[in-house]
Write a protein that binds this ligand. Sequence first.
Ligand code: NAP
Length: 376
Amino acid sequence: MSKQDNFFQLLFQKKQIILGELISMPFELCFRLAIKGMGKVSPNPLVGAVVLDKDNALLGYGYHEQYGSHHAEVHAIQMAKTQKPDLSECKIYVNLQPCTHKGKTPACAELIKKEKLKEVCYLLDDPNPLVGDNGSFSKANNNEEVARYQDLIAPFLFTCTNKNRPFIAVKTAVSKDGYIAEQGDSRRWVTNEECRNYGHLLRHYYDAVLVGRKTVELDKPNLLPRLNFMDEKIPWRIILDKDLKTLADQKTLLKNIRKKTILVHSSQTSEDFDGLTSMYVESQNYHLQYILKSLRKDYLIQSILVEGGASTHASFFDEGVVDRVYKFSGDKNMKSPSAIAWYQSKNPFQFDLCKELELSGHRLQEYVRPDLLPKI
Ligand SMILES: NC(=O)c1ccc[n+]([C@@H]2O[C@H](COP(=O)([O-])OP(=O)(O)OC[C@H]3O[C@@H](n4cnc5c(N)ncnc54)[C@H](OP(=O)(O)O)[C@@H]3O)[C@@H](O)[C@H]2O)c1
């Protein structure tokens, strides 16, 4: 098993326990397959599909592997047909309603009809308004219960639909006593290499990585995932920089993937962005709700990993737009009068701890907003 598979396995473990009570084995398999598309299919959802014959023997399976490529149903049907050209006695299970519209690929509902599959079972309605109803497909009958699990099945997609903004995860690395850095200090590692590697994996999982402009000035982070075994996808880099104070820095720093770096600003400058992406926001609209909505609409960004620093994090917590928190803690105290506390929001920290991991003596605590079910 690759390191990547291991990581996804880890993400899946606890979810499986809960889903196991609710869903049948074919759907369980759909999820196991779907999760393999993490980090590669956004803004599409994670989808897995299996084809069973009339005796419930597995004939084919597949998942949505890459944005723009075949949907899960196509892979599963193609594999099944190599074993059994006539699928008219077969059933297909898929975790999301098969699409009825032609997008980058043909509609899956058409293919299902063409192959005359006898039964189509899916778990969740696709929130995409283009996916029309198809009366002949049956939703799993425990659906009301399962609907509560939509955040788990396709958290990014459903957060976008329900909240009209991308899914937001905050990532922070803190000393044992809860500080991120000393005032004016440039980058200093507070957690170990294992924590940092985990952080790099997370960058693959999200569509974008966002920081405040002071972190750019002080740390000069490149905000790229550095693990070469997952080099299929480069996330967007977003910098909140109202007055474009970091533009000069960016010109020298970000050479190769400039167009995937968005500077969010309110400056009516005539300066050359030199390949960087300029997102101009009028001063009166320069607030998170507006910016997040625009990032979703204009750049199809469904999920953002907010990497700090503390005041940027505080603004997200203040606005109540945080869905998940990854808090990595080191094993040493910072103990300095000028140390910056990681949590500075005016709102109390009201998230549920859902996971704790020990990483070679350091620690990851993962929290979710209380209404993000289930408590895993
Ligand atoms: N340990 C860690 O995990 C970690 C991670 C990242 C950074 N850090 C450390 O954190 C320190 C920097 O943190 P910091 O809190 O001083 O600064 P910061 O959060 O990096 O940047 C703050 C600036 O970003 C802009 N900004 C942030 N949120 C905004 C919002 N909602 N709307 C509009 N503008 C927004 C503002 O720029 P304008 O003032 O131009 O409007 C604000 O002054 C550094 O020492 C860095 O090393 C630590």
